[in-house]
Design a protein around this ligand. Structure first.
Ligand code: DQQ
Length: 545
């Protein structure tokens, strides 16, 4: 069966065909970046999941290897689901993953490389003393999965976190081991939260509160850290994270009061982004985040296309210098794909104006723009009694709804008459009392495609949400920046140097390939200045699986 290329990304990670979901076991080992991922060998829908495996020297070009693990033993015959890799001194990399047995019970297993001295780690063995953790009678055997990368503590124990739930309470269990074979569950979960549902794909790692340039490995034990706990909520398909304190003695994590724990929490990405996982890249001393973006197309069209799912461009993760949130930025390696280049400086855009960015390929591009806004005098008042969530606000105040300061930003994947377009933009409000800015960032897929839904069920409809998040900036210098990576059916946008990130998946009918256009626009009464705009064609990697 052939694959339809019309909306297929050019520079995002993807196998040649079929369905992919969660990134698994990302690691840097002996000069190679490894990425494993959930893969259906048989089609473009979820099912028959194995761990596919690719390696890269630069996070840009990828070489597919044979699958690392697939269902073969009693403890994983019903599925080889998500997990992680830990490099264990003296043993090499070890996979922790969730196996499903024939009765659909989930359990944690491990796998070891046949030859840890081989940088490619081609062959994996599942020792017979698996599983390493089974659900006991107090636990939910159909919600017990996705072990994190383990870390070693001074008390001589390895620890890993496993996601779960009991009724509606989301839970992160913690397990300890001295030898990486015998694991014992700690008496208390490391954290849990009522009414959040299953915690899929937990991720737990430290960030420095003094060094805002380098990442930390999991075993780092300085006082100058906070911890991050991220979970993926299967009910909403959103992730959220908190910042907090990890108490090693009690094996408990306590979120800071100012990062909400639950549905309204902070997100790595406010758009189509799920089951993410970080790893520490000791080659460059950074923590790197991988995340999966599902299709937003109808299931029928996924099958017709012959492929579904991509991994987003890996992002570095750091604590923001305000210590209240994380910031994300595409890994620098991706810039090696930048080709033809155009720039624009000090260009004023009046209300209602739209300026075309010409001279690059708008369907496969990297665009960075810094706006100078100046005074916020005309900004709309942000009513603190507003209980609207960002995506609801964006729904009411779309890119065409005139404001004071904004909406302004990019119009991506557009036809010249705006029959189809995906706008990515800011709208700057101000607080009634102290006049501090309250910035809304939107990536609005509603006008992205003329394509009709094929029926009333979710699987027959296109998913075109008005994704949005607030951007925590004071705009003291009157500026705000936006970067978008545009790749046919993907728009990955970074507001204010990665303070707020939003990814959309869109499927235009007309605004495709050479017929896609890119614009900068302003629909606010206050004019704004494009202080600088740099845009590049993005080339395809020389090798993509
Ligand atoms: N996907 C895996 C599970 C995980 C879910 C199965 C998250 O291990 O909880 O493919 O997308």
């Amino acid at each position: 069966k052939s694959v339809n290329h019309l909306h297929r990304p050019g520079f995002h990670f993807q196998p040649p065909k079929n369905w992919i979901n969660d990134p698994n076991g990302p690691v840097y080992y002996k000069g190679l970046y490894h990425l494993f991922y959930q893969y259906n060998t048989k089609g473009a829908v979820w099912g028959n999941i194995i761990w596919a495996h690719s390696v890269s020297k630069d996070l840009v070009n990828w070489e597919a290897l044979e699958p690392a693990i697939h269902p073969s033993k009693w403890f994983d015959i019903g599925g080889t689901w998500s997990g992680s890799i830990t490099i264990v001194p003296g043993k090499g990399p070890i996979i922790l993953y969730t196996g499903v047995n024939k009765n659909q019970t989930q359990m944690q297993n491990y796998a070891i490389p046949e030859d840890p001295s081989d940088p490619y780690l081609r062959k994996w063995i599942k020792p017979d003393d698996n599983p390493i953790a089974m659900p006991d009678y107090t636990m939910n055997g159909s919600a017990f999965r996705d072990p994190t990368t383990a870390w070693f503590s001074k008390d001589g124990h390895w620890r890993t976190v496993v996601g779960s739930r009991i009724k509606h309470r989301g839970i992160a269990y913690i397990y300890r081991s001295r030898d990486f074979k015998h694991w014992v569950k700690a008496k208390h979960p490391i954290h849990s939260k009522q009414s959040t549902g299953m915690w899929e794909c937990p991720d737990f790692f430290p960030v420095s509160i003094t060094d805002f340039e380098n990442g930390l490995d999991l075993d780092y034990t300085g006082a100058n850290t906070k911890h991050v706990l991220k979970v993926s909520l299967d009910i909403t398909r959103y992730e959220y994270y908190t910042l907090g304190k990890y108490d090693l003695k009690k094996d408990r994590y306590i979120p800071d009061g100012n990062t909400p724990d639950g549905w309204d929490g902070l997100r790595f990405d406010y758009g189509n982004f799920y089951a993410s996982k970080t790893f520490f890249d000791y080659k460059k001393n950074r923590r790197v985040l991988w995340g999966w973006a599902n299709e937003s197309d109808t299931v029928q069209d996924d099958i017709m296309k012959g492929w579904a799912g991509i991994q987003l461009i890996p992002r570095t993760v750091l604590l923001d210098s305000n210590k209240k949130q994380l910031v994300f930025w595409p890994v620098e390696e991706i810039e090696s794909l930048r080709g033809n280049y155009i720039r624009m400086n000090n260009h004023n855009i009046k209300m209602g104006q739209r300026i075309e960015v010409k001279g690059i390929t708008p369907a496969q591009a990297d665009v960075e723009v810094t706006f100078y806004v100046g005074s916020l005098e005309k900004a709309e008042i942000f009513d603190p009694s507003f209980t609207l969530k960002p995506f609801e606000l964006c729904k009411i105040k779309g890119s065409n709804v005139t404001g004071g300061v904004g909406p302004f930003g990019l119009i991506t994947l557009a036809t010249p008459d705006l029959e189809e377009y995906t706008p990515v933009f800011f709208r700057v409000f101000k607080n009634a009392s102290n006049h501090k800015p309250k910035v809304l960032m939107c990536s609005d897929a509603r006008p992205s495609s003329l394509k009709q839904d094929q029926g009333p069920l979710a699987k027959d409809r296109m998913y075109k949400p008005s994704f949005a998040g607030f951007v925590d900036v004071d705009m003291a210098d009157g500026r705000i920046s936006l970067r978008s990576l545009i790749d046919h059916s993907v728009v990955e946008s970074f507001g204010a140097l990665g303070k707020t990130v939003i990814t959309s998946r869109v499927y235009p009918v007309k605004a495709v390939q050479e017929n896609a256009h890119l614009y900068v626009f302003n629909n606010g009464t206050q004019s704004v200045t494009i202080e600088s705009l740099n845009a590049w064609n993005m080339q395809r990697p020389l090798q993509m699986n």
